[in-house]
Design a protein around this ligand. Structure first.
Ligand SMILES: [Zn+2]
Length: 153
């Protein structure tokens, strides 16, 4: 509705990709939006810095060595380490939550692998046992004796 005293209704800055004018709503008293107003550049940078700091999660440096994760002891060590890193603010609680969750999954998987290993060892041991006819005979005798005794009663 009507002209705004020489100020443009839309940001007059041109898009860097040559796609025409920005077209965003200008800041009050300016022909430019917050992102293009030259007078707002210091404020803008401060806001970007603050946003950057806010969005950055505390994590270990990318050069940190891999934690060994071959057995339950390794997982316990990693979890204990992570707990202390969170307490020192070296690791964001969000990252620590992920470590805790994945650590739990890893513990479960390691446990299942351990059970499978033991089962395989047991099966191998059983297969190596010679099946002797005497053993079967003994068992049969015992069984028939048992039946006979029961029959007498
Ligand atoms: Zn603009």
């Amino acid at each position: 509705m009507g002209k705004q005293h020489g100020k443009s209704r839309f940001c007059q800055a041109f898009k860097p990709d040559g796609g025409g004018k920005c077209g965003a709503r200008p800041v009050a008293g300016s022909s430019y939006c917050f992102f293009h107003d030259p007078e707002k550049s210091a404020e803008r940078e401060a806001a970007q810095r603050a946003g950057g700091l806010r969005n950055k999660l505390a994590v270990l440096p990318s050069t940190a060595p891999d934690a060994p994760l071959l057995d339950a002891r390794d997982v316990v060590r990693l979890l204990a380490e992570t707990i202390n890193q969170v307490r020192r603010g070296e690791v964001d609680p969000k990252v620590a939550n992920a470590v805790g969750y994945l650590g739990g999954l890893l513990m479960k998987a390691l446990h299942e692998t351990e059970i499978e290993k033991r089962l395989a060892a047991l099966e191998a041991a059983v297969k190596q046992q010679p099946v002797t006819p005497e053993f079967i005979l003994e068992e049969d005798e015992e069984h028939s004796a048992e039946v006979g005794k029961n029959g007498n009663n």
